[in-house]
Design a binder for this molecule. Structure first.
Ligand code: MAN
Ligand code: CA
Length: 316
């Protein structure tokens, strides 16, 4: 404070000295200072106005920025809410997908297990198939060899059949020749007797009862004929053109037909519905057999006392 007073005193001294010394420059100095002060005052005013304008401008920009910020905030809040909603939807979707994924995984595991069991089955089937194929091939080759064998056997059979037929034909020829030679050389039948095979046959010229007929044959060293084969029957069919007694009867037991040598009848040549033991001509029925020419030389049973021709037979 003391210092300030000192300066003021100094200033007074200076001023008072200069004003007493130079009056003209003093005035112009004064104007100059005033101009400077004026300029400084104007500058200050301009600065103040500029400052005010800046403040106002700043105030308005702050407000618009605040408004913009609140709009942005509202938008962001909205978009945040949307995002939240979306997030919850996505979370739900994610959960569904998770559960789906786990069920699909389970399914996949099951399918994998099924696939591996199917693979095992396929392998078994493949091995079965290959063994069956091998078996089939073996059977095929066996079949073809058996077929070859069969063909060979068939060939052999047909050649043997041919041989047999040839041998049969030869046998027939030889038999015929033998029969012819036998009849010519060794075997002879008495006059009025006919030879067939190894027997001589005689057809009576008269008719009589079966018993008398048999007696006549026995008197000739023979007996009533015994027919033992179709060959013999066929010979007799050609031999007689008259019905004639043969050595067959069921006199011992009705229905049991026996030849006169006591043997049971095996070869038969009965007419249809014969023997019928008819009582049309005799109350005793029919116990003796005849060759009946009217019936194609088939046999018929007849009452033994009726009169018919007869055929005797004796061995050569
Ligand atoms: C008919 C048939 C024969 C029977 C004779 C008797 O021809 O009934 O069965 O033997 O008569 O004469
Ligand atoms: Ca009869």
């Amino acid at each position: 404070m003391e210092e300030i007073y000192v300066n003021v005193e100094y200033e007074k001294a200076v001023h008072s000295k200069s004003s007493t010394d130079h009056t003209g420059p003093k005035i112009s100095e004064n104007i100059f200072y005033r101009a400077i002060v004026l300029c400084l005052g104007l500058l200050s005013v301009f600065l103040l106005i500029g400052l005010i304008i800046l403040v106002v401008h700043y105030h308005y920009s702050i407000r618009s920025a605040a408004a913009e910020l609140s709009t942005i905030k509202a938008n962001m809040t909205e978009s945040f809410q949307d995002s939240e909603k979306e997030l919850s939807i996505l979370t739900a979707e994610k959960d569904q997908l998770k559960s789906k994924l786990s069920s699909v995984t389970k399914e996949k595991d099951q399918l994998n297990a099924r696939l591996s069991s199917l693979r095992t089955v396929k392998e078994q089937l493949n091995s079965n198939l290959s063994s069956l194929t091998a078996e089939k091939d073996q059977l095929k080759s066996k079949l073809s060899s058996v077929t070859r064998e069969k063909d060979q056997l068939n060939d052999r059979l047909s050649s043997l059949t041919r041989e047999k037929d040839e041998l049969n034909a030869t046998l027939i020829e030889i038999t015929k020749e033998r029969d012819r030679l036998e009849s010519v050389t060794r075997k002879h039948c008495p006059a009025e007797w006919t030879i067939f095979s190894s027997s001589c046959y005689f057809l009576s010229s008269q008719s009589d009862s079966w018993t008398n007929a048999r007696r006549d044959c026995q008197n000739k060293g023979a007996d009533l004929v015994l027919i033992e084969s179709l060959k013999e029957q066929e010979f007799l069919s050609g031999f007689t053109s008259e019905s004639a007694w043969i050595g067959l009867s069921d006199r011992d037991e009705e229905g049991t037909w026996k030849w006169i040598d006591g043997t049971t009848m095996t070869f038969g040549y009965w007419d249809v519905e014969e023997p019928n033991n008819s009582v049309a001509n005799s109350n005793d029925g029919e116990d003796c057999a005849e060759i009946k020419v009217q019936k194609g030389h088939k046999w018929n049973d007849k009452p033994c006392n009726l009169f018919v021709r007869w055929i005797c037979e004796k061995k050569v």
